[in-house]
Write a protein that binds this ligand. Structure first.
Ligand code: PMP
Length: 431
């Protein structure tokens, strides 16, 4: 049956971020263990992108498997409005007890299902907060160019305006965009519209889907300071960067900032189940308290705080705290730095001028190619196919080839990922 899986799939499935008219290959995966996917033909693929950045420990980690099966046998799901359960409370307690989160005064955890909904929740909270206090409404958001915050309407609105969501712009709320690093423009936006902004939303230090673009922490520090001065809330989207992706548990720690709202998802369950949280300060939470249901945050999803997902989240959090895991993250960061630096000097040294930049942050490494290809070009797909032929899953973002490996990878596996990246680049650039 599995050999026909791709055909059966093409008859009934509509895939995400896929153009079915292009007859692109669909790869049937029959199992996934550690850093490897096994395809129906028996071949193994090293998952260099943690399957869309979610499987932080690699696939099928036994501790999470056990936590999930125990929880499923006990209680699979229960409505979360008016009811509660251990896994949800324990995971929330663990998160708010983290020193960096405590330092921000983020004491409340609102559960949802994915990164986009975590962002929607934050945007809606930021919008409703002044309304609840009888203050004039703030109905605009401030965001950064090249950002990506998700695919639902609010989340799309705060993403790069000229990107692949641009055709939906007329459906979206008003947002102003500033180039990351351009403090002058940021200051000006606040001067002109400071009292209109409900919040400033950002991906801290690195813009993932926008092309692994890294910007200065000084910019973020000053931007957040200016927002606080003007009563504009700050929303830190750590959907991609959270859970040690950048070396620190949360990327905002590098900048020493204290956001008012924090969005986490992706790695939260170790890639086992969809789950997200939006953390809010006590001050924001208090702004929704009254005797009137109308000031409550009237938002919720059927699977809010699903107990199995929360149990996976707790198990994943425990793995992250193990010394062994912390050491592996350090090894990955070390090998990422070494490989990106080597790639950069090799490409420069060989006289190939079509590499614009190579960069890294923690466990993330990226190479940007000087080529007009964008998200709509077929070239990224051909780069991906070249890497797959060499047994590594890499999925370029337009002209940016990057690796976001699972933390179970050894130093040798990280070297292998970047060796393949180098081979793919050579083949592409020297054509
Ligand atoms: N925010 C950021 C920073 C992201 O990288 C993503 C997903 N790539 C999202 C939000 C949306 O998450 P999801 O795909 O789970 O909706």
């Amino acid at each position: 049956m599995s050999s026909q899986l791709a055909e059966r799939d093409l008859a009934v499935i509509w895939h995400p971020y896929s153009q079915h008219g292009l007859n692109q290959k669909i790869l049937p995966v029959v199992s996934a263990k550690g850093a490897y996917l096994t395809l129906a033909d028996g071949s193994k693929i090293l998952d260099g992108i943690s399957s869309w950045w979610v499987n932080i420990h690699g696939h099928s980690h036994p501790d999470i498997v056990e936590a999930i099966s125990t929880q499923a046998a006990e209680m699979e799901h229960v409505i979360f409005s008016g009811f509660t359960h251990e896994p949800a409370v324990q995971l929330a307690e663990a998160l708010v007890a983290h020193p960096a989160i405590r330092a921000c005064g983020l004491t409340r955890v609102f559960y949802s299902d994915n990164g986009s909904t975590a962002v929607e929740v934050a945007l809606k909270m930021a919008y409703q907060y002044p309304l609840n206090q009888g203050k004039p409404s703030r109905n605009r958001f401030l965001a950064l160019h090249s950002s990506y915050h998700g695919d639902t309407l609010g989340a799309m609105a705060v993403g790069e305006p000229s990107g692949f969501h641009s055709q939906f712009r007329r459906l979206m709320p008003e947002v102003d965009f500033v180039e990351p690093g351009n403090l002058e423009a940021f200051r000006m936006a606040l001067e002109q519209r400071g009292s209109d902004y409900a919040a400033f939303i950002f991906e801290p230090l690195i813009q993932g889907a926008g092309g692994m673009r890294i910007y200065e922490s000084e910019f973020l520090q000053e931007a957040v300071r200016l927002c606080k001065e003007r009563g504009v809330l700050t929303i830190c989207d750590e959907v991609f960067t959270g859970f040690y992706r950048t070396g620190e548990c949360f990327a905002f720690q590098h900048a020493g900032i204290q956001p008012d709202l924090l969005c986490l998802s992706k790695g939260i369950t170790g890639g086992f189940l969809p789950l997200a949280v939006t953390l809010a300060t006590s001050e924001i939470f208090s702004g929704f308290l009254s005797q009137d249901m109308r000031t409550a945050f009237l938002h919720g999803h059927s699977y809010t705080a699903n107990p199995i997902a929360c149990a996976a989240g707790l198990a994943s959090w425990k793995i992250l705290q193990l010394e062994e895991c912390q050491l592996r993250i350090q090894v990955i960061a070390k090998h990422t730095k070494k490989n990106i630096e080597r790639l950069q000097s090799r490409l420069q040294g060989s006289g190939v001028t079509r590499v614009r930049d190579a960069r890294y942050l923690g466990t993330i490494g990226a190479v940007e190619i000087e080529d007009p290809m964008n998200y709509f070009s077929s070239k990224p797909r051909s780069l991906m196919d070249m890497a797959l032929e060499r047994g590594v899953l890499l999925r370029p973002l337009g002209n940016v080839l990057y690796a976001v490996p699972p933390y179970c990878c050894t130093g040798e596996e990280i070297d292998r990922i970047y060796q393949v990246m180098g081979e793919v680049l050579d083949r592409f650039l020297l054509r």
